[in-house]
Design a protein around this ligand. Sequence first.
Ligand code: FRU
Length: 286
Amino acid sequence: MLVAGCGRTHHGKFLVGFSQANLGEPWRVAMNAEVAARARDFPDLEIVYADAKQDNATQVADVENFLRQKIDLLIISPNEAKPLTDIVMRVYNAKIPVIILDREIDADTYTTFIGADNRAIGRAAGEFADSILGGRGNIVEIVGLPGSTPARDRSAGFREVVAKSPGLRIVHDPVANWLREEAMTQMEAVLQAHSHIDLVYAHNDPMAIGAYLAAKAKGRDKEMKFIGIDGLPGMDGGRQAVADGKLAATFVYPTGGKAAVEIANQILNHETVPKRITLPSDRVTP
Ligand code: FRU
């Protein structure tokens, strides 16, 4: 008998392609580690990994390559929404289930989306900023990769709150593409342009720490508070930066790696799964 489409076509195992946006950022390394750890509990799943190195064209090619390998399911964390939408659509329209992690595409052609609510996290960061500033102050917002949906949503949520608090002003909003080094460079220019800054809201912890280091190098780190997002454990993570007094707060952004493997297993075993799974976040302060 011939078995077509989704089934145990690969030596009795399901082949799952996992397309990661990049492995240069610690949060994504943590996501892959979570996937690999949970996959050990599902011997029927064989996971193949691809690293797009922050490049949309590479990520499209990675997924095309998965299609040639005849994957049974795709897990993807897209680098940017628009450039990855068509290829995800192609996979989904070929009746291959798709799990999207953390960053979204511009369509609903996927089986399940797993991720935290970035708009809500942005709002929570805004409320925290408003409260520690007592409703007054100059804010710098350091923006992640603009074509990635968490940057858009973390900004929108934060600005919703700032708009309601007339004493808060966003004086500068440089783009640093999620990267610590770029945030350092951007912050150096911001420090030159503004003689007084009360708070830096960065869309992730690496950028918050980069901004902190730039301010510290100029002897201005005590002048302002720093807020980040991710809250990774470990020596270089955001939790430690909060414990060390570098960041006033971070917001946990779960990677979803564990849930992705569990949902993949359910889909491949023909169980029904929700269209969206919203992971919880948490505020971390000293
Ligand atoms: C890693 C990262 C995280 C951030 C997430 C948003 O690539 O920049 O720091 O929370 O992506 O998608």
